[in-house]
Design a protein around this ligand. Structure first.
Ligand code: MN3
Length: 234
């Protein structure tokens, strides 16, 4: 019997040493190509703005489900197992049609939430710095104007989706996506994502999305967003 593992090894052998290592590790962990990252802080780290119970459920259940379903899709299409999630989301057209929607929804869900956890921080009073601070001023007029725009766009998302601060063609932009669609799929780079699915706020804020958005603004890790801007602006 020629197993999938052997098949992967054979493909890998024909494409060089680096690929071999990558495919070997993929084969060793079976279907679990993508992993749920840790939050990097405690569930109660951003209390009282976002409560610990919501953080735990959001990370341990919702994000974990995106990762599990992403891995199930990859199990069906091992040809995409070695491709980074960014590559899949940027090039959805190149993903086999049988799993394209799964990659869009669950791959997007995985990527978006990885970014989300890193965008939250414990310390209050953090603000954009350096090049990002300057770009915000020249693009939106002020930090306050950016925050108002983010809130307005997030409030307008009908049903489930995200509001984003992105870099598109080298310029800052505020945009929204439905469901788990990732800005990478339409050619921009997300710097900051605000999750406006009800699962992100319903336990504490119920239907009061605007209160959640105001609280979210208090726990944005602007140092992370500033570093990300420098990384992708270059
Ligand atoms: Mn979510």
């Amino acid at each position: 019997m020629f197993s999938r593992r052997d098949a992967l090894k054979t493909i890998a052998l024909s494409t060089g040493a680096f690929s071999l290592a990558l495919h070997e590790s993929v084969a060793q962990v079976g279907a679990e190509v993508h992993k749920l990252p840790t939050l990097g802080y405690d569930y109660d780290a951003v209390e009282p703005f976002i409560d610990a119970e919501t953080m735990k459920l959001h990370h341990d259940k919702h994000h974990a489900t995106y990762v599990a379903k992403l891995n199930q899709a990859i199990e069906k299409e091992p040809s995409i197992a070695s491709r980074p999630i960014e590559d899949l989301l940027k090039n959805l057209d190149s993903v086999p049609e049988s799993v394209r929607n799964d990659i869009r929804n669950h791959g997007g869900g995985h990527y978006n939430h990885c970014l989300l956890w890193q965008s939250l921080r414990k310390k209050e009073g953090d603000a954009p710095s350096g090049a990002l601070a300057k770009a915000i001023e020249s693009t939106f007029g002020s930090q306050n104007a950016l925050e108002e725009k983010l809130q307005a766009v997030a409030l307008k998302v009908f049903g489930s989706g995200w509001a984003w601060l992105t870099l598109r063609d080298g310029k800052l932009e505020v945009e929204a996506t439905p469901n788990q669609d990732c800005p990478l799929s339409t050619g921009s780079t997300p710097l900051l994502g605000i999750d406006v699915w009800e699962h992100a706020y319903y336990l504490k804020y119920q239907n009061r999305r605007v209160e959640y958005l105001k609280a979210f603004q208090q726990v944005i890790n602007w140092s992370f967003v500033s570093e990300r801007f420098n990384q992708f602006k270059a």
